[in-house]
Ligand binder design. Structure first.
Ligand code: GLY
Length: 362
Protein backbone atom coordinates (compact mmCIF):
# COMPACT_ATOMS: atom_id res chain seq x y z
CA UNK A 1 0.00 0.00 0.00
CA UNK A 2 1.29 3.45 -0.93
CA UNK A 3 0.91 6.43 1.37
CA UNK A 4 -0.61 9.76 0.49
CA UNK A 5 1.01 13.12 0.89
CA UNK A 6 4.21 13.38 -1.08
CA UNK A 7 2.97 13.05 -4.65
CA UNK A 8 1.29 15.72 -6.73
CA UNK A 9 -0.55 13.06 -8.67
CA UNK A 10 1.07 12.14 -11.93
CA UNK A 11 0.85 15.04 -14.33
CA UNK A 12 0.30 14.60 -18.02
CA UNK A 13 2.06 16.09 -21.01
CA UNK A 14 5.64 15.69 -19.80
CA UNK A 15 8.38 14.91 -22.27
CA UNK A 16 8.62 11.17 -22.33
CA UNK A 17 11.98 9.48 -22.63
CA UNK A 18 11.95 6.08 -24.28
CA UNK A 19 14.47 3.69 -22.72
CA UNK A 20 13.50 0.45 -24.41
CA UNK A 21 15.24 -2.85 -23.86
CA UNK A 22 13.87 -6.06 -25.35
CA UNK A 23 14.37 -9.33 -23.47
CA UNK A 24 13.44 -12.58 -25.14
CA UNK A 25 12.22 -15.58 -23.16
CA UNK A 26 11.20 -18.95 -24.58
CA UNK A 27 7.51 -17.96 -24.38
CA UNK A 28 7.82 -14.40 -25.66
CA UNK A 29 9.63 -11.08 -25.82
CA UNK A 30 9.13 -8.44 -23.14
CA UNK A 31 9.67 -4.75 -23.88
CA UNK A 32 11.27 -3.09 -20.86
CA UNK A 33 10.74 0.65 -20.59
CA UNK A 34 13.22 1.73 -17.93
CA UNK A 35 13.31 5.17 -16.40
CA UNK A 36 10.08 5.92 -18.15
CA UNK A 37 6.79 7.63 -17.47
CA UNK A 38 3.46 5.89 -17.27
CA UNK A 39 1.94 8.39 -19.71
CA UNK A 40 4.00 6.76 -22.45
CA UNK A 41 1.41 3.98 -22.45
CA UNK A 42 -1.30 6.23 -23.83
CA UNK A 43 0.94 7.06 -26.81
CA UNK A 44 2.11 3.51 -27.36
CA UNK A 45 -1.36 1.99 -27.26
CA UNK A 46 -3.47 4.85 -28.60
CA UNK A 47 -5.09 2.59 -31.19
CA UNK A 48 -5.80 -0.41 -28.95
CA UNK A 49 -8.56 -1.09 -26.48
CA UNK A 50 -6.87 -0.99 -23.09
CA UNK A 51 -8.31 -2.08 -19.73
CA UNK A 52 -6.40 -1.01 -16.65
CA UNK A 53 -6.39 -3.16 -13.51
CA UNK A 54 -5.32 -1.56 -10.26
CA UNK A 55 -6.15 -1.45 -6.56
CA UNK A 56 -8.03 1.09 -4.47
CA UNK A 57 -4.90 2.58 -3.01
CA UNK A 58 -3.26 3.36 -6.36
CA UNK A 59 -6.58 4.51 -7.85
CA UNK A 60 -7.12 6.99 -5.03
CA UNK A 61 -3.52 8.28 -5.02
CA UNK A 62 -3.29 8.79 -8.78
CA UNK A 63 -6.84 9.56 -9.94
CA UNK A 64 -5.71 11.46 -13.05
CA UNK A 65 -4.09 8.32 -14.34
CA UNK A 66 -7.37 6.44 -14.54
CA UNK A 67 -9.80 9.23 -15.36
CA UNK A 68 -11.77 8.45 -18.50
CA UNK A 69 -10.12 5.05 -18.97
CA UNK A 70 -11.64 1.57 -18.68
CA UNK A 71 -10.42 0.59 -15.22
CA UNK A 72 -11.08 -2.30 -12.88
CA UNK A 73 -10.28 -1.33 -9.30
CA UNK A 74 -9.67 -4.23 -6.91
CA UNK A 75 -9.68 -4.16 -3.15
CA UNK A 76 -5.97 -5.05 -3.15
CA UNK A 77 -4.03 -7.17 -0.70
CA UNK A 78 -3.15 -10.85 -0.74
CA UNK A 79 -6.70 -11.91 0.13
CA UNK A 80 -8.03 -10.72 -3.22
CA UNK A 81 -5.57 -12.92 -5.13
CA UNK A 82 -8.07 -15.72 -5.53
CA UNK A 83 -10.34 -17.38 -8.01
CA UNK A 84 -13.42 -15.29 -7.20
CA UNK A 85 -11.51 -12.13 -8.17
CA UNK A 86 -10.54 -13.71 -11.49
CA UNK A 87 -14.17 -14.57 -12.24
CA UNK A 88 -15.37 -11.08 -11.34
CA UNK A 89 -12.67 -9.45 -13.53
CA UNK A 90 -13.68 -11.68 -16.46
CA UNK A 91 -17.27 -10.54 -16.00
CA UNK A 92 -16.15 -6.90 -16.01
CA UNK A 93 -14.15 -7.54 -19.18
CA UNK A 94 -17.28 -8.89 -20.84
CA UNK A 95 -19.09 -5.70 -19.76
CA UNK A 96 -16.26 -3.66 -21.33
CA UNK A 97 -16.71 -5.77 -24.50
CA UNK A 98 -13.05 -6.76 -24.29
CA UNK A 99 -11.94 -8.91 -27.21
CA UNK A 100 -8.89 -11.02 -28.00
CA UNK A 101 -7.05 -7.88 -29.09
CA UNK A 102 -7.71 -5.97 -25.85
CA UNK A 103 -4.62 -5.15 -23.81
CA UNK A 104 -4.82 -5.55 -20.02
CA UNK A 105 -2.44 -3.38 -18.03
CA UNK A 106 -1.81 -4.09 -14.35
CA UNK A 107 -0.74 -0.97 -12.45
CA UNK A 108 0.22 -1.88 -8.90
CA UNK A 109 2.26 -4.23 -6.78
CA UNK A 110 2.73 -7.98 -6.99
CA UNK A 111 -0.89 -8.84 -6.23
CA UNK A 112 -2.09 -6.71 -9.14
CA UNK A 113 0.53 -7.97 -11.59
CA UNK A 114 -0.15 -11.62 -10.67
CA UNK A 115 -3.91 -11.18 -11.04
CA UNK A 116 -3.55 -9.25 -14.31
CA UNK A 117 -1.23 -11.89 -15.78
CA UNK A 118 -3.53 -14.71 -14.67
CA UNK A 119 -6.71 -13.11 -16.05
CA UNK A 120 -4.98 -12.20 -19.30
CA UNK A 121 -3.79 -15.79 -19.69
CA UNK A 122 -7.29 -17.26 -19.36
CA UNK A 123 -9.73 -14.62 -20.64
CA UNK A 124 -10.77 -15.80 -24.12
CA UNK A 125 -7.88 -18.28 -23.81
CA UNK A 126 -5.36 -15.48 -23.66
CA UNK A 127 -5.03 -11.76 -24.35
CA UNK A 128 -1.98 -9.47 -24.23
CA UNK A 129 -0.99 -7.80 -21.02
CA UNK A 130 1.61 -5.47 -19.56
CA UNK A 131 2.71 -4.23 -16.17
CA UNK A 132 3.52 -0.95 -14.47
CA UNK A 133 5.01 -2.05 -11.13
CA UNK A 134 4.43 0.58 -8.45
CA UNK A 135 6.28 -1.04 -5.53
CA UNK A 136 9.98 -1.74 -5.19
CA UNK A 137 9.30 -5.43 -4.60
CA UNK A 138 7.30 -5.62 -7.80
CA UNK A 139 9.98 -3.71 -9.75
CA UNK A 140 12.75 -6.11 -8.74
CA UNK A 141 10.82 -9.36 -8.61
CA UNK A 142 7.06 -9.80 -8.86
CA UNK A 143 6.55 -8.15 -12.26
CA UNK A 144 9.38 -10.13 -13.85
CA UNK A 145 9.44 -13.73 -14.93
CA UNK A 146 6.03 -14.59 -16.36
CA UNK A 147 4.65 -16.54 -13.40
CA UNK A 148 1.12 -15.38 -12.69
CA UNK A 149 -0.20 -17.11 -9.60
CA UNK A 150 -3.28 -16.97 -7.43
CA UNK A 151 -3.81 -18.53 -4.01
CA UNK A 152 -5.99 -21.46 -3.07
CA UNK A 153 -6.93 -21.09 0.57
CA UNK A 154 -3.72 -21.17 2.59
CA UNK A 155 -1.70 -22.37 -0.39
CA UNK A 156 0.10 -19.47 -2.00
CA UNK A 157 0.29 -19.38 -5.80
CA UNK A 158 -1.14 -22.88 -6.01
CA UNK A 159 -2.84 -22.10 -9.33
CA UNK A 160 -1.17 -20.15 -12.08
CA UNK A 161 0.15 -19.73 -15.57
CA UNK A 162 3.50 -18.93 -17.10
CA UNK A 163 3.17 -16.30 -19.79
CA UNK A 164 5.21 -13.19 -20.36
CA UNK A 165 3.82 -9.66 -20.38
CA UNK A 166 4.14 -7.66 -23.58
CA UNK A 167 5.90 -4.92 -21.63
CA UNK A 168 7.03 -3.78 -18.18
CA UNK A 169 7.27 -0.03 -17.66
CA UNK A 170 9.30 1.50 -14.82
CA UNK A 171 8.16 4.87 -13.52
CA UNK A 172 10.21 5.72 -10.44
CA UNK A 173 7.73 8.42 -9.40
CA UNK A 174 5.52 5.72 -7.90
CA UNK A 175 8.19 5.07 -5.26
CA UNK A 176 7.66 8.58 -3.88
CA UNK A 177 4.49 7.38 -2.18
CA UNK A 178 5.84 4.05 -1.00
CA UNK A 179 5.57 3.50 2.78
CA UNK A 180 8.57 2.37 4.80
CA UNK A 181 7.38 -1.22 5.17
CA UNK A 182 7.16 -1.53 1.39
CA UNK A 183 10.71 -0.27 0.98
CA UNK A 184 11.83 -2.98 3.37
CA UNK A 185 9.80 -5.59 1.50
CA UNK A 186 11.58 -4.69 -1.70
CA UNK A 187 14.97 -4.82 -0.07
CA UNK A 188 14.30 -8.33 1.24
CA UNK A 189 14.19 -9.51 -2.38
CA UNK A 190 17.20 -7.38 -3.30
CA UNK A 191 19.18 -8.95 -0.43
CA UNK A 192 18.02 -12.34 -1.74
CA UNK A 193 19.65 -11.67 -5.14
CA UNK A 194 22.86 -10.77 -3.33
CA UNK A 195 22.73 -14.00 -1.29
CA UNK A 196 22.15 -16.33 -4.23
CA UNK A 197 23.92 -14.69 -7.17
CA UNK A 198 25.99 -11.68 -6.37
CA UNK A 199 28.52 -11.53 -3.54
CA UNK A 200 29.49 -7.99 -4.58
CA UNK A 201 25.91 -6.83 -4.23
CA UNK A 202 25.63 -8.61 -0.86
CA UNK A 203 28.71 -6.71 0.26
CA UNK A 204 27.35 -3.41 -1.07
CA UNK A 205 24.09 -3.97 0.81
CA UNK A 206 25.97 -4.88 3.98
CA UNK A 207 27.89 -1.62 3.76
CA UNK A 208 24.81 0.51 3.19
CA UNK A 209 21.36 1.13 4.64
CA UNK A 210 17.80 1.66 3.53
CA UNK A 211 18.09 5.37 4.27
CA UNK A 212 20.99 5.69 1.79
CA UNK A 213 19.10 4.05 -1.09
CA UNK A 214 15.98 6.09 -0.37
CA UNK A 215 17.88 9.30 -0.99
CA UNK A 216 20.38 8.20 -3.65
CA UNK A 217 18.31 7.67 -6.78
CA UNK A 218 21.34 6.65 -8.86
CA UNK A 219 22.32 3.91 -6.43
CA UNK A 220 18.68 2.80 -6.24
CA UNK A 221 18.25 2.62 -10.03
CA UNK A 222 21.54 0.78 -10.33
CA UNK A 223 20.58 -1.89 -7.78
CA UNK A 224 17.10 -2.29 -9.30
CA UNK A 225 18.74 -2.73 -12.69
CA UNK A 226 21.07 -5.44 -11.38
CA UNK A 227 18.18 -7.35 -9.83
CA UNK A 228 16.18 -7.14 -13.06
CA UNK A 229 19.19 -8.46 -15.01
CA UNK A 230 19.69 -11.33 -12.54
CA UNK A 231 16.07 -12.35 -12.67
CA UNK A 232 15.84 -12.08 -16.46
CA UNK A 233 19.01 -14.09 -17.05
CA UNK A 234 17.72 -16.80 -14.73
CA UNK A 235 14.26 -16.95 -16.30
CA UNK A 236 15.69 -16.88 -19.85
CA UNK A 237 17.64 -20.05 -19.01
CA UNK A 238 14.87 -21.82 -17.14
CA UNK A 239 11.45 -20.25 -17.66
CA UNK A 240 9.54 -23.29 -16.35
CA UNK A 241 11.56 -23.63 -13.17
CA UNK A 242 13.08 -27.02 -13.81
CA UNK A 243 16.50 -26.06 -12.44
CA UNK A 244 18.33 -22.78 -11.85
CA UNK A 245 15.14 -20.70 -11.49
CA UNK A 246 14.42 -22.63 -8.28
CA UNK A 247 17.30 -20.68 -6.71
CA UNK A 248 15.02 -17.62 -6.69
CA UNK A 249 12.97 -19.42 -4.03
CA UNK A 250 15.77 -18.91 -1.50
CA UNK A 251 14.07 -17.97 1.78
CA UNK A 252 10.62 -18.45 0.26
CA UNK A 253 9.81 -22.01 1.33
CA UNK A 254 9.55 -21.37 5.07
CA UNK A 255 8.93 -17.69 4.20
CA UNK A 256 5.65 -18.34 2.35
CA UNK A 257 4.39 -20.55 5.19
CA UNK A 258 5.28 -17.86 7.76
CA UNK A 259 3.67 -15.13 5.64
CA UNK A 260 0.46 -17.13 5.30
CA UNK A 261 0.24 -18.14 8.96
CA UNK A 262 1.23 -14.87 10.62
CA UNK A 263 -0.03 -12.39 8.02
CA UNK A 264 3.26 -10.52 8.02
CA UNK A 265 4.58 -8.66 4.95
CA UNK A 266 6.16 -10.80 2.24
CA UNK A 267 9.62 -9.26 2.66
CA UNK A 268 9.58 -9.75 6.43
CA UNK A 269 8.65 -13.41 5.98
CA UNK A 270 11.28 -13.92 3.28
CA UNK A 271 13.90 -12.33 5.55
CA UNK A 272 13.08 -14.84 8.32
CA UNK A 273 12.99 -17.60 5.70
CA UNK A 274 16.48 -16.60 4.50
CA UNK A 275 17.81 -16.74 8.07
CA UNK A 276 16.37 -20.24 8.51
CA UNK A 277 17.78 -21.27 5.12
CA UNK A 278 21.23 -19.94 6.15
CA UNK A 279 21.15 -22.04 9.32
CA UNK A 280 20.19 -25.09 7.29
CA UNK A 281 23.01 -24.24 4.84
CA UNK A 282 25.51 -24.24 7.69
CA UNK A 283 24.27 -27.65 8.85
CA UNK A 284 24.01 -29.42 5.49
CA UNK A 285 26.12 -27.41 3.05
CA UNK A 286 29.17 -26.18 4.94
CA UNK A 287 28.19 -22.49 4.84
CA UNK A 288 30.35 -20.42 7.14
CA UNK A 289 28.20 -19.67 10.21
CA UNK A 290 29.33 -16.05 9.97
CA UNK A 291 27.11 -15.59 6.91
CA UNK A 292 23.96 -16.03 9.04
CA UNK A 293 25.21 -13.28 11.31
CA UNK A 294 26.04 -11.01 8.34
CA UNK A 295 22.59 -11.63 6.90
CA UNK A 296 20.92 -10.88 10.23
CA UNK A 297 22.74 -7.54 10.50
CA UNK A 298 21.94 -6.69 6.89
CA UNK A 299 18.22 -7.39 7.37
CA UNK A 300 18.28 -5.07 10.37
CA UNK A 301 19.88 -2.29 8.28
CA UNK A 302 16.86 -2.48 5.94
CA UNK A 303 14.36 -2.46 8.85
CA UNK A 304 13.43 -6.08 8.36
CA UNK A 305 12.54 -8.20 11.41
CA UNK A 306 14.84 -11.03 12.41
CA UNK A 307 12.84 -12.52 15.28
CA UNK A 308 9.19 -13.44 15.26
CA UNK A 309 7.43 -16.10 17.36
CA UNK A 310 6.62 -19.17 15.23
CA UNK A 311 4.76 -22.43 15.71
CA UNK A 312 6.81 -25.20 14.15
CA UNK A 313 4.04 -27.85 13.64
CA UNK A 314 1.84 -25.31 11.78
CA UNK A 315 4.71 -24.37 9.48
CA UNK A 316 5.61 -28.02 8.86
CA UNK A 317 2.02 -28.81 7.98
CA UNK A 318 2.10 -26.18 5.20
CA UNK A 319 5.56 -27.29 4.02
CA UNK A 320 4.37 -30.87 3.62
CA UNK A 321 1.97 -29.69 0.89
CA UNK A 322 4.48 -27.29 -0.71
CA UNK A 323 4.77 -27.38 -4.52
CA UNK A 324 8.50 -28.14 -4.15
CA UNK A 325 8.03 -31.30 -2.05
CA UNK A 326 8.95 -34.77 -3.25
CA UNK A 327 7.76 -37.90 -1.39
CA UNK A 328 9.86 -37.55 1.77
CA UNK A 329 11.95 -34.51 0.93
CA UNK A 330 11.53 -30.93 -0.15
CA UNK A 331 13.77 -29.10 -2.62
CA UNK A 332 15.43 -26.43 -0.49
CA UNK A 333 17.68 -23.63 -1.64
CA UNK A 334 20.85 -23.49 0.40
CA UNK A 335 23.92 -21.28 0.19
CA UNK A 336 27.47 -22.46 -0.30
CA UNK A 337 28.77 -18.92 0.27
CA UNK A 338 27.27 -15.45 -0.21
CA UNK A 339 26.50 -15.17 -3.93
CA UNK A 340 26.51 -18.91 -4.47
CA UNK A 341 23.41 -21.07 -4.02
CA UNK A 342 22.40 -24.63 -4.80
CA UNK A 343 19.31 -26.86 -4.60
CA UNK A 344 19.25 -29.74 -2.13
CA UNK A 345 16.44 -32.21 -1.53
CA UNK A 346 16.18 -32.18 2.26
CA UNK A 347 14.33 -34.60 4.54
CA UNK A 348 11.55 -32.82 6.41
CA UNK A 349 13.23 -33.46 9.77
CA UNK A 350 16.25 -31.28 8.79
CA UNK A 351 13.91 -28.34 8.19
CA UNK A 352 11.96 -29.10 11.36
CA UNK A 353 15.19 -29.06 13.37
CA UNK A 354 16.19 -25.68 11.94
CA UNK A 355 12.73 -24.27 12.71
CA UNK A 356 12.98 -25.63 16.28
CA UNK A 357 16.37 -23.95 16.71
CA UNK A 358 14.97 -20.67 15.38
CA UNK A 359 11.94 -20.96 17.67
CA UNK A 360 14.06 -21.66 20.76
CA UNK A 361 16.32 -18.64 19.98
CA UNK A 362 13.34 -16.30 19.98
N1 GLY B 1 5.77 -13.08 -11.51
C1 GLY B 1 6.85 -13.45 -10.71
C2 GLY B 1 7.71 -14.46 -11.33
O1 GLY B 1 7.52 -14.84 -12.48
O2 GLY B 1 8.66 -14.93 -10.72
Amino acid sequence: MHKAGTNDDISFGNTIALMLQQITFPSGTVNYYFDSKVELLWELFATRQVVLITDRNIASLFPALFRGRNTIVLQGGESCKDYSTIVSICNRLIEFEATRSTLLIGIGGGVITDITGFVASVYMRGVSFGFVPTSLLCMVDAAIGGKNGINLGLHKNMMGTISQPEFILYDMRFLKTLPDTEWSNGFAEIIKYGCIFDATMFEELRNSTLAVYKTDSIALKSIIDRCVQWKNTTVQTDEHEKGIRKLLNFGHTAGHAIETLYKIPHGSAVGIGMLIACDISTTVNGLNANTSWQLLLTLTQYNLPTQIPINVPSIMSILRSDKKRNKNTIDYIVLTAPGNATIKPLPFNVIENALNTYESNN
